[in-house]
Write a protein that binds this ligand. Structure first.
Ligand SMILES: *[C@@H]1O[C@H](CO)[C@@H](O)[C@H](O)[C@H]1NC(C)=O
Ligand SMILES: *[C@@H]1O[C@H](CO)[C@@H](O)[C@H](O)[C@H]1NC(C)=O
Length: 482
């Protein structure tokens, strides 16, 4: 156990990996609600600008006033020299007077986002945890945490941070996540997928929420008028990853190009060559969730093994699917949906396509599902077997992160004509699969995506679609023509 109470020297903070909004530290401190970087060389280029790491964590609105209010101050994060830190929290350990610093052992994810984006399946899984995993996986593969796996465990003396064998690159097991601004209900989405995902993917992860953070803040602050107690305490995080949505939006990948916070983490690690382009890095999270949902062992694929480690970065290195499953998630039961006749014609066109294939002796399975009528396990199991995931723009498409990519895997997303958003498009491509945006009887795919737009009708219940166009698109994609 680390006990900085008796330590003569305080370990200084270092940043081991950083992208806007995503920062991995060793030896980060917190006192009275402020995160502290303790260093004797604050001007060192090792430290990114504070505004690229954190914010005030307030809910985000797109107004100049609100943008200004989210700029961090010295109350959010600050630098301290080791001498200043000692003056605030230090004792005299040689003479039996402890430093007032307590270590929070293991590793900690510090999520600084407002609940506004947490209680939404897409943002929680496909942004927050997708980015977290890309970042951690990339940091560990590239050895950003240390020159060699064995020296890190030796340096840390922490079982929770021993890396696995040299071959299996994995982030270490996650110890704890703290939702600084969200109460224990505020990170949960209504359908319950956030909790399902979290417990399935990370069964041992301990959670703290805003009340727990407040406890930690109070425990370190100086009580007003407390007479003889004039000094505060501090918490010490040996390893912490700070995630901040507003800071991510200050970066180019998220702020200017994709509006996806995870894009900052993913692009940094892709740039370092630390992530593959076909989602092998995400495979352990996906696999954990699929096993939890009860996917049969025979339906579990190990892409890393199938490509014999030849990640190659090429979706072409992926295998052809053994069985084709087309899953159409209909939204006819909820607010934003297709014109009913168009929905029926779409189903008819898909059925006809599958029948025609059958007459050619090829078996393609079609599943038309209304997600709300299925259990969570059933939904995840379907996604895990899907070759094509089809649906109107909406949260149900978040399940795409559980698809097991093959050479012909694709997401087909129907938008109100003229409308486009990058949520599922970016995520699909980050996993090495193709994405098609359908506008009635035309479609687009990377690199010819339209501009992001939310025209009138985008959220409505009269979205048109030309079924035969979609059926032909899917057939061509599955046959490898596109
Ligand atoms: C503790 O935090 C509060 C609120 O952020 C701030 O007003 C106060 O000045 C801080 N106290 C110290 C000793 O830094
Ligand atoms: C959708 O496409 C079909 C086929 O081209 C066309 O007949 C129909 O008018 C289109 N609908 C809309 C609303 O543009």
């Amino acid at each position: 156990m680390l006990d900085l109470g008796v330590s003569l020297v305080l370990p200084q903070t270092s940043v081991t990996a950083h992208a806007p909004g995503w920062t991995l530290y060793r030896n980060l401190y917190m006192s009275n609600g402020t995160l502290f970087i303790v260093t004797s060389h604050p001007e060192d280029s090792e430290f990114p600008e504070i505004r690229m790491m954190t914010s005030t964590g307030l809910p985000a609105f797109n107004t100049p006033e609100n943008i200004a209010l989210r700029e961090p101050t010295a109350l959010d994060m600050d630098f301290l020299s080791p001498e200043q830190a000692k003056r605030r929290w230090g004792g005299d350990p040689q003479n039996g007077q402890r430093n007032r610093i307590w270590t929070i052992e293991g590793n900690t994810l510090l999520f600084n986002d407002p609940p506004q984006f947490l209680n939404h399946y897409y943002h929680f899984v496909a942004e927050l945890f997708f980015g977290t995993w890309a970042f951690l996986y990339g940091a560990f593969v590239s050895g950003a945490m240390s020159p060699s796996p064995s020296s890190i465990s030796a340096a840390f003396q922490e079982p929770s941070f021993n890396l696995y064998s040299e071959t299996a690159f994995q982030p270490p097991p996650l110890t704890r996540a703290i939702f600084i601004h969200a109460s224990s209900d505020a990170w949960r989405d209504v359908p319950g997928f956030n909790a399902y995902f979290l417990r399935a993917a990370f069964p041992s992860l301990a959670l703290e929420t805003s009340g727990d953070w407040d406890d930690r803040v109070t425990a370190t602050s100086v009580a007003p008028g407390s007479g003889h107690v004039t000094k505060g305490r501090a918490w010490h995080f040996p390893v912490a990853m700070l995630v901040d949505r507003s800071a991510a939006h200050r970066g180019d990948a998220c702020g200017s190009r994709t509006q996806r916070t995870a894009a900052e983490a993913w692009e940094l690690m892709i740039g370092k060559g630390s992530l593959d382009l076909v989602g092998i890095w995400w495979g352990s999270v996906r696999g954990a969730v699929l096993r939890f949902a009860g996917v049969d062992a025979k339906d579990m694929r190990d892409v890393a093994q199938e490509t014999s480690g030849q990640v190659g970065d090429l979706p072409l290195s992926l295998p052809i699917p053994e069985k084709v499953l087309i899953v159409y998630i209909t939204r006819q039961g909820v607010r934003r949906h297709l014109i009913e006749d168009d929905h029926l014609a779409l189903v008819a066109a898909l059925e006809e396509m599958v029948d025609r294939k059958e007459s050619e002796g090829v078996e393609w399975e079609l599943n038309v599902v209304q997600a709300e009528t299925l259990t969570k396990d059933e939904q995840i199991k379907l996604a895990g077997r899907a070759t094509i995931l089809l649906g109107v723009h909406g949260n149900g498409l978040t399940h795409l992160v559980f698809m097991q990519p093959t050479r012909t895997s694709a997401v087909v997303e129907i938008f109100f004509p003229g409308g486009f958003s990058q949520d599922y498009e970016w995520t699909t491509r980050a996993l090495g699969m193709r994405h098609f945006s359908v506008w009635n009887d035309t479609y687009f795919t990377h690199p010819n995506e339209p501009e992001v737009a939310y025209p009138d009708g985008f959220q409505g219940s009269s979205i048109p679609v030309h079924g035969p166009t979609v059926a032909k698109l899917i057939k061509d994609q599955l046959e490898g023509i596109l």
